[in-house]
Design a protein. Structure first.
Length: 340
């Protein structure tokens, strides 16, 4: 039962900010009562909001276990209402409670939150009752569901209790960033050792790829998680793979004793479609994962999609432009300058 007199004295200044006036703080709660709060409103994310305080009797008038069921119905004037039914024992208790408290409020409490506090209009015998109050269909359905859930005699047994600190997530991201750095260092080292100056140019193009990928993701407000970093690492592998295909094609042309400019141009031309095909199939796979996946899978797909898309520019067009500049400036004069 609600203590209406004590509740009226418990005024609030700004309940949503949790600040109460000095008068409210000075209000003494009767010994047989406790202060709870309304949680009958929801925000746009369907989270219950804390409302005004209400002082209720600690003695439970009717335990939820006596409820047999509840559902949405219609009132005397066809307004939306909530019908409920009690078992035999509950019907007897409820008839006594309502007869003794006509005109007073009876609070419906679940997990320490006041969901509703309807007025008792008169004695309710027979174990069937109705709650009205200008409900919307959604509010009535919500209240009926709460009545049914609250009636379930469930008990919680804590089997295991663990606390996961916020540092766990940041540690995982740091580990991912470290893996990204190690991958870049190893790949750059391999490219320099295997392809000399050409490998250095390919490494610069790869770093531009990573930078452009992150630059594209920034305006999208994309959160770079561990799967996203994995997508970037895979993109680096795809970029290096594209460069290796080009360099091996150029090597084949050089073995035919082609002049260096003709060997470079022929190598790029012959490698282009192989690179384009492999990158396009990866882009399609990333799109499917992006569209159908969720959570970590989607994070991986987003970075992979943009990374491989940018790779078509950096690994083909940018690399060719750099080599054309070197040829124009006559900086490539000997075969061993490139790969040996």
């Amino acid at each position: 039962m609600v203590d209406a007199e004590a509740t009226a004295k418990r005024t609030t200044n700004d309940i949503y900010l949790g600040s109460v006036t000095k008068e409210a703080k000075a209000t003494k709660v009767p010994e047989d009562c406790e202060v709870l709060y309304y949680y009958n409103k929801k925000d746009e994310f369907q989270r219950r909001l804390r409302g005004a305080p209400v002082i209720i009797k600690t003695n439970v008038a009717l335990p939820g276990e006596y409820l047999r069921g509840a559902n949405v119905g219609s009132g005397e004037f066809m307004e939306i209402a909530v019908d409920f039914e009690l078992n035999v024992q509950g019907a007897e208790m409820f008839a006594e409670v309502t007869a003794a408290n006509v005109g007073k409020q009876l609070a419906i409490v679940l997990d320490g939150n006041v969901i509703s506090a309807p007025n008792i209009r008169g004695e309710i015998p027979g174990g069937r009752g109705q709650i009205t109050g200008g409900f919307s269909s959604e509010e009535a359905s919500d209240l009926a569901t709460i009545l049914k859930e609250g009636a379930l005699p469930l008990s919680i047994i804590i089997v295991q209790h663990e606390i996961v600190g916020e540092s766990i997530g940041s540690d995982a991201v740091k580990a991912g960033v470290n893996a990204l750095i190690v991958a870049i260092v190893l790949i750059v080292g391999f490219m320099l050792m295997r392809y000399r100056i050409s490998g250095g140019i390919a490494s610069i193009a790869m770093l531009i790829n990573v930078t452009m990928t992150i630059a594209v993701l920034a305006p999208l407000k994309f959160t770079l998680t561990l799967p996203g970093i994995a997508g970037i690492i895979l993109t680096i592998g795809m970029a290096v793979d594209s460069n290796i295909i080009m360099f091996e094609r150029i090597r084949e042309e050089l073995r035919k004793h082609q002049p260096i400019p003709e060997a470079i141009h022929a190598g790029f031309d012959r490698a282009f479609w192989a690179i384009a095909d492999s990158n396009m199939t990866t882009i399609i796979a990333a799109l499917v994962l992006w569209a159908l996946g969720s959570g970590p899978v989607q994070g991986f797909a987003v970075t992979l999609f943009f990374g491989v898309l940018i790779n078509l520019f950096t690994a083909v067009f940018l690399m060719r432009a750099i080599f054309d500049i070197f040829l124009t400036l006559n900086l490539i004069k000997e075969r061993h300058w490139l790969f040996i």
